[in-house]
Design a protein around this ligand. Structure first.
Ligand SMILES: [Fe+2]
Length: 295
């Protein structure tokens, strides 16, 4: 086999046991063939997070890649950086990253179906990202806990506090980001268990935007969420990606949570993300997520 056909041969290499695979044979700087697009979409649902190594995309190429998975959307409250329409910039602030478990943007009903993240600047140590499989986490629940989760509804808001206790809120850049993040208030009710629209799997909808469980006092909601979250973040239920600059990770945001450990001290870390429009989750008994409050 020639080196050219080897470079364009589409195949996956597993990166973890329960989720995660590297896709080979795609150069996302170039227009993709229908076969490549279909391969990416299929492998995304199958593996939940896929990695394309050393792509070195610019903003326009990043946006073009995101369109393979759906319609790019802007973050509800954070403006895109200059020269881009849909990009969300992830920049370390005082050594901090998004170091708490979450699914992206679950404070709106039709939260993104997928996120496409590219590494621009990665520190020499630390700065990786961890993903967890929320479908296998559900499968792992003991039957009585499944029965409880099946009927529970979570309240999610962008005015959450799970992560911010770690920050010194007086520091200007963090305070400014927080103020922009909650400049408009969103509160949404999601089933704790949704049925994945493509795979039919049942997945847990939790993560750091959850501020309560419908019908439960705060103390009991926190305890229950902790128990369920424990099945998601079980180490064996995760995959870790040690970024190299130029890498792209694409995750099925309907079937995963992720966490960026703040383990890189004060070194710079910069990535850019584009999310694509999602569908509104449907519970096992056919009810849809809905706004409780929106601007
Ligand atoms: Fe995120």
């Amino acid at each position: 086999m020639s080196s050219t056909s080897e470079k364009t041969r589409l195949f996956i290499e597993k990166a973890g046991s329960r989720l995660g695979a590297i896709v080979h044979g795609v150069d996302a700087k170039l227009p993709l063939t229908e076969e490549q697009k279909e391969f990416l979409r299929t492998e995304l649902v199958r593996n939940k997070v896929i990695f394309l190594k050393k792509q070195f995309l610019d903003d326009a190429q990043h946006e073009a890649l995101s369109r393979v998975f759906g319609e790019p959307i802007l973050h509800p409250t954070i403006a895109a950086p200059e020269g881009t329409k849909y990009t969300f910039e992830l920049k370390s602030r005082y050594g901090r990253s998004t170091d708490s478990w979450h699914t992206d943007v679950t404070f709106v009903p039709d939260y993104p179906k997928a996120s496409i993240l590219r590494a621009i600047h990665i520190p020499p140590y630390g700065g990786g990202t961890i993903w967890a499989n929320t479908a296998t986490a559900y499968d792992d629940l003991p039957p009585p806990l499944k029965a409880l989760a099946d009927k529970a509804w979570g309240i999610h808001s962008n005015d959450y506090d799970t992560n911010y206790y770690k920050f010194d809120g007086k520091k200007g850049e963090i305070a400014a980001f927080r103020a922009e993040f909650i400049s408009k208030l969103y509160v949404t009710e999601h089933p704790v268990v949704r049925v994945h629209p493509e795979s039919g799997e049942k997945t847990l909808v939790l993560g750091h935007f959850i501020i309560g469980l419908d019908g439960f006092p705060t103390r009991e909601a926190n305890a229950l969420v902790d128990i369920l979250q424990g099945y998601i973040t079980q180490v064996e239920n995760t995959v870790t990606w040690r970024w190299e600059e130029g890498d792209v990770a694409i995750w099925d945001n309907r079937a995963t949570q992720h966490y960026a450990p703040a383990d890189f001290d004060q070194q710079a870390r910069q990535l850019r993300r584009i999310t694509v429009k999602g569908d509104t989750p449907v519970s096992i008994d056919g009810r849809r997520s809905q706004y409780i409050k929106q601007p």
